[in-house]
Design a protein around this ligand. Structure first.
Ligand code: AMP
Ligand code: ZN
Ligand code: FE
Ligand code: FE
Length: 275
């Protein structure tokens, strides 16, 4: 079981810059054998990615990245091997997308109160898929000349805790994990190194997490070592990927550089069978 896998990739169906077809080409060129498309709250890119992947000899695992709220914090939970036709999943995603739209309007309202005359329509011009997020608002702020860079838009206005930040209503981690499991998938805590503490981590493990994303661009070697230890200690599964978005997010070189062995994916499949 040779080969390597990148199980965290975004497309234009959420806040990525490339189409699923473009991602497949890039992934092949990067020497990957397996990828998972994990758009935020969207399964819109999966059919194209799976079909084009099949034609190109690249396996595409149907995935999703969901946001969950825990003590007022947002944690990201990845779902792999989900049946993306599962009705409860489809309905829940529609609800999350509605909430994203309402929240984008609330952020625009806050910006307007700060005398930044931005309109929701100019935000929507940057939306290529079906879930609007802060990245699209950041792009609109840059295009309209209210921020010099994408990063500055977050720092000045819409980053966590910044003046125009608005929370998004999400499921709890328990509900999120249940939704993924009911759609036949496995749940993984995404990039824990970015925001996790041990207390929260153990609550998530208790909530039924199947695994942890150990390999991620934000994880230096000591963090990888730490989470791999947790995975082994609690009989969890390990995952990893580049969290590739492409374009202006400045991660253009990461696809294929934060990969896991294909064997690790095989271990996930065995867990699926035994579930
Ligand atoms: P949302 O899901 O709408 O809250 O947007 C979250 C996304 O915004 C993240 O996945 C990042 O891509 C991006 N983001 C959040 N905070 C920052 C930041 N401080 N700088 C750059 N990008 C950020
Ligand atoms: Zn993203
Ligand atoms: Fe994330
Ligand atoms: Fe992501």
């Amino acid at each position: 079981m040779d080969g390597k896998a990148d199980l965290h990739v975004h497309t234009i169906f959420s806040d990525g810059a490339l189409s699923p077809t473009e991602i497949i080409t890039r992934a092949k060129n990067a020497g990957l054998n397996i990828i998972s498309i994990t758009d935020h709250d969207s399964i819109g890119g999966l059919d194209e990615a799976i079909a084009v992947g099949r034609d190109s000899g690249l396996e595409v695992i149907p995935g999703i990245e969901l946001s969950a709220s825990l003590d007022g914090r947002e944690v990201h939970i990845l779902g792999y091997f989900v049946n993306h036709f599962n009705q409860e999943l489809v309905d829940s995603l529609a609800g999350f997308q509605d909430e994203r739209m309402n929240r984008a309007k609330r952020i625009v309202g806050k910006l307007n109160k700060m005398n930044i005359p931005i309109h929701i329509d100019s935000v929507m011009e940057h939306v290529t898929g079906d879930s609007v997020g802060r990245p699209h608002i950041a792009s609109a702020l840059v295009t309209e000349g209210h921020a010099t860079t994408y990063q500055q838009a977050f720092m000045k206005y819409i980053g966590d805790g910044r003046p125009a930040y608005e929370r998004k209503w999400n499921y709890s981690p328990e509900e999120t994990i249940r939704l993924i499991n009911k759609a036949g998938g496995l749940s993984f805590l995404a990039h824990p190194g970015r925001s996790m503490n041990e207390d929260l981590l153990f609550r998530l493990i208790k909530a039924g997490l199947d695994g942890i994303e150990v390999i991620h661009p934000s994880h230096p070697p000591e963090i990888v070592y730490y989470y791999r230890g947790i995975v082994n200690e609690y009989c969890l599964l390990e995952s990893g990927g580049s969290d590739f978005h492409g374009g202006e997010k400045g991660d253009d070189e990461t696809l294929g550089k934060f990969a896991i062995p294909a064997l690790t994916v095989e271990i996930m499949r065995r867990r699926l069978i035994s579930n």
